[in-house]
Design a protein around this ligand. Structure first.
Ligand SMILES: Cc1cc2nc3c(=O)[nH]c(=O)nc-3n(C[C@H](O)[C@H](O)[C@H](O)COP(=O)(O)O)c2cc1C
Length: 178
């Protein structure tokens, strides 16, 4: 299968996830083109059998480069198998309100762009104070302190469950990337 993987990533975790999936799919014999969405240029999606788009949630929304990309290519995306990797810290927990928020972000994306992803994977991201400016560090410390009392607030912490991600991507591919 020939796949396009495009991602938007502010601190780098979605990029890491996208690269991980690319390596896994290539190891399985698939052909993959990986691109940051802001550098994708005029990519012709008709060259691919399926597309995986990844973006992360910041203050309740995905990066605008994802919406821009999806809006301009909604017809192509809707006519091929697609998977949205939605990376957030809400997905690391079990807070029902947080998960309803993720649903809303997704609905907003589809309403704004016209693209309805064939499948959505909510993926836990990372807390990375080493990459935040002073303001972001202050805000994120408070959030993590409330959500994860065991976390050392001074250190980066990755919440991504790689084995679970592998299993879900493998299953999507095995099902024909529907
Ligand atoms: C300023 C800021 C705002 C964030 N807002 C949210 C949010 O509203 N909901 C959420 O679940 N996660 C939020 N996060 C967590 C990110 O989604 C998480 O750190 C993710 O791993 C970032 O992925 P990236 O490195 O690919 O950008 C926020 C993180 C930062 C730094």
């Amino acid at each position: 299968m020939k796949l396009f993987i495009g991602y938007a990533s502010t601190e780098g975790q979605t990029q890491k996830i996208a690269r991980h999936i690319m390596d896994r799919l290539v190891d399985q014999g698939h052909s993959v083109e990986l691109s940051a969405l802001d550098q994708a240029g005029p990519v012709d999606l008709a060259r691919f059998d399926a597309a995986i788009l990844g973006a992360s949630v910041h203050v309740g929304q995905y990066q605008s480069v994802l919406s821009d990309f999806a809006e301009t290519r909604a017809d192509a995306l809707n006519s091929m198998p697609t998977l949205l990797l939605s990376v957030s810290l809400a997905a690391a927990g079990h807070d029902a309100e947080d998960w309803r928020g993720l649903d809303t972000i997704l609905t907003d994306l589809s309403e704004a762009t016209g693209w309805v992803p064939g499948q959505v994977m909510q993926v836990a991201g990372a807390y990375e104070p080493s990459k935040y400016d002073v303001f972001r560090r202050f805000v994120m410390r408070r959030i993590i302190a409330a959500k994860d009392p065991d976390a050392d607030l001074d250190w980066d912490k990755e919440y991504t469950d790689w084995d679970d991600l592998n299993a879900r991507v493998d299953s999507w591919i095995a099902d024909g990337a529907t």
